[in-house]
Design a protein around this ligand. Structure first.
Ligand SMILES: Nc1ncnc2c1ncn2[C@@H]1O[C@H](COP(=O)(O)OP(=O)(O)O)[C@@H](O)[C@H]1O
Ligand SMILES: [Mg+2]
Length: 212
């Protein structure tokens, strides 16, 4: 890996609904900027016009099969990678991306039961083979995360899923982290916000120190 990788680095934030991904993306971006990193925050499935349209499809409450859900998210991802992520990485920026390929494995794989091998293949198509370089998993019992969110922001099909579904997603995320412990670190997201930030920041600094 090039010594400049820490500038063109894709860091992803993962975790269930209300686990604090958006809050921690903001907090980590502030810390990174204080340390002179040039950071862009972005998120799936928003981040592009197509992504906003896809989000709208889910919010309208149309019937969406697991396969259709997968391909809609992946379409938004393909657009997002090409339009936002790759150009920023090529300009040497660090990206903090709120949800990425692990969300597909956790939700459509462990949650909906689609084949992980198939999902990895579709992720590869959507990203053009761009994996996350480092991933922070915000781990939280789903009942706590869901209670943190207001009703409106849980208006899509996944927000209306059963507690068991969200428990499978959580267990899936932990399984993914166990399989790739160097890339994916687990942070206890039940702590107070600033304690979660401190834990995530320590992991991130340790990762970035490899390139100094
Ligand atoms: N560690 C925390 N403790 C308590 N509340 C939190 C914590 N982190 C985030 N929140 C609150 O929970 C809600 C969801 O957080 P958010 O960052 O939007 O999560 P996500 O993006 O993962 O859905 C927000 O109202 C946020 O202020
Ligand atoms: Mg969020």
């Amino acid at each position: 890996m090039s010594p400049q990788l820490h500038h063109g680095t894709l860091v992803t934030l993962e975790g269930g609904e209300g686990s604090g991904k958006s809050s921690q993306a903001d907090a980590l971006a502030t810390l990174l900027r204080e340390h002179d990193y040039d950071v862009t925050i972005t998120r799936e499935p928003a981040g592009t016009e197509l992504g906003e349209i896809v989000k709208g499809i889910f919010q309208r409450g149309a019937t969406v099969t697991p396969g259709a859900e997968l391909l809609l998210f992946e379409a938004a991802r393909a657009q997002h990678v090409q339009e936002v992520i790759r150009p920023a990485l090529e300009r040497g920026k660090m990206i903090l991306c709120d949800r990425y390929t692990d969300s597909t494995l956790a939700y459509q794989g462990y949650g909906r039961g689609l084949s992980l091998d198939h999902l990895r293949a579709v992720n590869h198509i959507a990203t053009g083979g761009l994996p996350p370089h480092f991933t922070i998993l915000l781990d939280l019992p789903p009942e706590i995360g869901l209670a943190r969110k207001d009703h409106e922001t849980l208006g899509d099909s996944i927000g209306k899923e059963s507690l068991e579904f969200h428990q499978r997603v959580r267990a899936g995320y932990l399984d993914l982290a166990q399989r790739e412990p160097k890339r994916m670190v687990v942070v206890d997201a039940s702590l107070a916000k600033d304690q979660v930030t401190q834990a995530a920041w320590q992991h991130l600094q340790r990762f970035l120190d490899q390139f100094r």
